[in-house]
Design a protein. Structure first.
Length: 546
């Protein structure tokens, strides 16, 4: 990353960002707070029908659904969104991702063994409270290859349940309109206008930001539950799953968790109930390993008693590589969160953001030799990822005694040659976009091709047909799209009903079950799955009672 880019990013991340209004408005609904407690205020021992570890993107809709008929405890390691005001507005989006991690921020920062910086949600509502808000449903291939036998009518109803509550349509900002036109001119068609469906071509989609830039994440889905049956404990760190055994095998009977004062609590599931892990693609496999479910050599190396041998726990970890170009624009460009997506026939996904940063220079800046202070630096960013990926890695424990110690994770970006080839194809499409009439107005100079743009280093190679240069660009600029998944994959760690293989009364419901990231952005599918699995579990209990 060049010095200029670091300088620009530091300006962006330390200034208030503004976004153009979305289509409709809705106040935040904090009704769920009547069911929220600090973990230190809860009994040291108690019983519930269901215990959900993680109040995130999938955990919140799951808890709301199960609470219709049963008592539910949600254990969330972060605090409520109102404790982190920046998560409630689009203005705080970049600041949330870049702020210093003091152990209490809503975004927990970690760096993979690949050397790529990443974040995890650490707030009630999970990563839906720190992401860019784009809401788009899964692609058909995801359903076909997920290992789950879907009831597609129930899938549709689950999506609608979410969309009726926290999803808004977008009036495109000026830059998003330019970006959309560039996609179409570059051959990413047809124009699908507005749609939450995954369709090849160019479209606008839903957002969890309303027209005032207020975020409505998964946490507000708790309001759809039966609040009297729901208890949410924040600042609760689950240390281990409690198992008991009989002739039928090992049963998850509860969990051990610590509060912010260091006190240890035990929560138990009643007969017929379950423990459900919704701690995300990092937290869920970590907790299974800490509890003795996983590869025997790894568990033995940490002196963890083996409950269930499973060599796949913590394996098949994948992250969609993100590559992008950043351009300084010669006028005050309106800021925008992602509103448009281009989906190619080759399953490359292209999105964009823009930002405006006011600042002053003590002397004229080289990009603006005739400028006077103060100036506004407008930055347009075009981002590319692709479905999959094929490359994958693993997650391993660092500590067997402390859940707050993050495990090590390696994603092995571009280990599979086809992933690198797809990055090259996707960035060539971005290069095609930069040559469109729609993008001409973003140039500093009236030069042909990409020559007139002012790129923040590194820029795309001048010769887009040079495979070696394009591959080098992809490798040197790779970063995360925050769409990591795996570790508890369906068919390897959990079965088609998301029950943990080799155990009883234990499921995993989050992105760790995915063998690929769904659609352009996964949050819509994660929320749907929380609702969907909750409905399935209610049906199972009803059938068992007959």
């Amino acid at each position: 990353m060049g010095a200029l880019l670091l300088f620009v990013l530091s300006l962006i991340f330390n200034h208030r960002l503004e976004v153009l209004a979305l289509a409709t408005s809705s106040d935040h609904d904090f009704s769920y707070l009547e069911s929220v407690y600090n973990a230190s205020d809860l009994p040291l021992k108690e019983e519930y029908d269901y215990i959900i570890v993680g109040g995130g993107t999938a955990g919140c809709p799951l808890a709301a659904t199960l609470s219709a008929n049963y008592s539910v405890l949600v254990l969330e390691r972060g605090s409520v969104p109102s404790s982190y005001p920046l998560v409630l507005t689009a203005n705080g989006l970049l600041a949330n991702l870049m702020q210093e991690d003091d152990g209490k921020t809503p975004a927990q920062r970690f760096t993979s063994e690949d050397g790529v910086a990443n974040v995890r949600g650490r707030v009630l509502g999970g990563s839906s409270m720190i992401n860019a808000g784009f809401f788009s449903r899964a692609d058909d291939q995801f359903y076909n290859e997920s290992g789950i036998q879907w009831d597609m009518d129930m899938v549709e109803k689950a999506y609608q349940w979410v969309e009726d509550t926290i999803v808004f349509s977008s009036n495109l900002s000026a830059f998003q309109s330019i970006f959309k036109q560039a996609l179409l001119e570059a051959g990413v068609g047809p124009d699908n206008e507005f749609s939450v469906q995954h369709i090849v071509g160019t479209k606008a989609s839903g957002s969890t930001f309303d027209d005032q830039g207020r975020r409505h994440g998964a946490v507000e889905l708790l309001n759809r539950g039966e609040l009297k049956n729901l208890r949410v404990a924040v600042e609760a760190y689950v240390e281990k799953i409690i198992f008991s055994s009989n002739t039928s095998g090992f049963f998850a009977t509860g969990v051990i968790y610590n509060d912010s004062n260091g006190k240890t609590h035990e929560a138990f599931a009643r007969d017929g109930g379950e423990v459900i892990l919704s701690a995300g693609a990092i937290g869920s496999p970590q907790l299974l390993l800490l509890s003795g479910v996983g590869p025997v050599p790894h568990l033995s190396s940490h002196a963890i008693p083996v409950i269930s041998q499973n060599p796949d726990v913590g394996n098949h970890m994948a992250d969609n590589p993100r590559n992008n170009v950043n351009m300084v624009v010669p006028f005050a460009l309106d800021p925008s969160v992602p509103q448009v997506a281009g989906i190619t026939n080759d399953s490359n996904y292209i999105q964009a953001i823009s930002s405006v940063v006011p600042f002053s220079f003590p002397q004229p800046f080289s990009l603006f030799p005739n400028g006077t202070t103060p100036l506004q630096l407008s930055v347009a960013t075009i981002v590319e990822k692709f479905s999959g990926p094929l490359s994958s890695g693993s997650l391993r424990l660092v500590s067997s005694a402390e859940v707050k110690v993050s495990p090590t994770v390696r994603f092995n970006y571009f280990e599979e040659p086809e992933d690198l080839a797809r990055c090259v194809r996707g960035m060539r499409k971005v290069g095609d976009m930069l040559r469109t009439d729609a993008m001409e107005g973003l140039k500093f100079e009236d030069l042909e091709g990409v020559e007139g743009f002012k790129f923040l280093e590194p820029s795309l190679p001048r010769n887009l047909s040079d495979d070696a240069s394009m591959e080098s660009f992809c490798r040197s600029t790779v970063t995360t799209y925050w769409h990591y998944h795996g570790g508890c994959v369906v068919g390897k760690v959990v079965d088609a009903d998301l029950r943990v293989v080799g155990t009883n009364s234990l499921r995993v419901v989050d992105g760790s079950i995915f063998n690929t990231s769904p659609g352009t952005n996964p949050q819509a599918t994660l929320m749907m799955i929380g609702r969907y699995i909750g409905l399935k579990m209610l049906q199972e209990r009803e059938a068992a009672a007959k």
